[in-house]
Design a protein around this ligand. Sequence first.
Ligand SMILES: C[S@@+](CC[C@H](N)C(=O)[O-])C[C@H]1O[C@@H](n2cnc3c(N)ncnc32)[C@H](O)[C@@H]1O
Length: 461
Amino acid sequence: MSPVRQLYSAWRIKRFKTEKLTLTAPSCHCHSAPRVSQPHERKGSANNKETKRQKKERPSCRPVLDLFDQQYNQELEDLWASARSVLLEPQTWQYGVMLNRFAAVTDVIQCLQSQGFSRFLPQTEVPTLLGDATSPVSNSKHLTGKDSPSSPPCISKCPPDDSHSHCVSASHALSQDLQSEPSLGWPRSSLQCYIHPHPLRFPSQAHRPGQLKQYYLLNSASLLPVLALQVRDGEKVLDLCSAPGGKALAIMQCATPELLCCNEPDPNRRDRLAKTLESFLPRSLHSKVIVSAQDGQCFGQSEAATYDKVLVDAPCSNDRSWLYSCSSQQGEQRLKERARLPALQAQLLSSALSAVRPGGLVVYSTCTLSNSENYAVVEAVLNDCPEAEPEDLWEQIAVPLSQYFAFSHAHPGHAQTSNKPSLQPHKGGVSSYRHRLGILVVPQPGKTWGPMFLSLIRKRA
Ligand SMILES: C[S@@+](CC[C@H](N)C(=O)[O-])C[C@H]1O[C@@H](n2cnc3c(N)ncnc32)[C@H](O)[C@@H]1O
């Protein structure tokens, strides 16, 4: 057994107490946000009170906003004003619902569709696992819990007043969308994610002992790095910065790898990761998914050229969350630490490039708009790593999915600074060369997903 397997495989056998497993926030910490009112929540419910209290208590953090204004006005130019308005209005944020292919989800799909949600990814027939001890059971029972209505969410009808017309018109608009499904640059995936054009939020699902959760709430832009990784059945995959586990779950929705190693050095966050995996994956897959606790910066040394695919979803400024820092002091402290992030991110990306086998793929992603944590990190690492070659995500992801996400072009000041042969424009010229460094999802009115930066890098065979 490898050191990683020995280190932290306890999640497979650990049984967690119910109360500890009740997750009520949007599950991806990376995009955690103040709770906003859910049209399907009943008036006067505990959730509504909680939402109002949180909104009142958590205004945006002035020092963080001031710095973003200064930096992003320069880096994003006109796009910043509209991105800023979205980030400052949590009530406009959209939420994605990623279905769990290991649970029976027919009733959830019906609920989603009746509320005007629709799939945004073309998909294959969804393979599920049978004969598992924790195989899904009657679904109507899954949807009860602290943060869920006692009956399936669809029972609580479309929102009242004008929101109701959103439901009707949205269903119509999105069913039209489905007729022209985007054509990604690779085969269809079994990943199923439902989105709504308006900020309707599906209730999160509480833990039920012995039952798998049916869905996971997330910012749909979080799925793009996973799609870019193109994981196939039987591959060895490393999720270098894994907690709380949203992208690890998404990987397991796309394929059945021979091994998925989920690495997370922070013990509290690692616990949360383990619980997430336990809540969504059947026991028959537990031998394929392990949790490790290394500093990701050293991973490449200890497991060189081991993995077919590596995801580096790096610790970053996390613009959405930082804007709602608990206090000015916390915001200022975060901004001080911000200067150290690019060096850490570059170390993590270099480590990932060591851990991937020749010919394998690495995806680097963040949830910040900041150039210094995005294009600049990728460019610096590529300059030091002649065997790494960036791949164009613009044609593969940005173009086909532009009806759902707003993508910004690379910052003009970047991608033209290096003379390294591996970074010279080729094929499509300068424009495609910029896109090969990465693509950036910028929240915009009506397309509030992001921020999310992603870069795809192949290690030469
Ligand atoms: C953006 S979050 C990852 C989110 C996760 N991929 C998901 O989709 O749920 C970044 C994670 O990196 C972890 N991290 C921080 N320093 C790290 C390091 N040196 N090595 C590996 N992970 C680290 C953080 O604790 C945090 O959980």
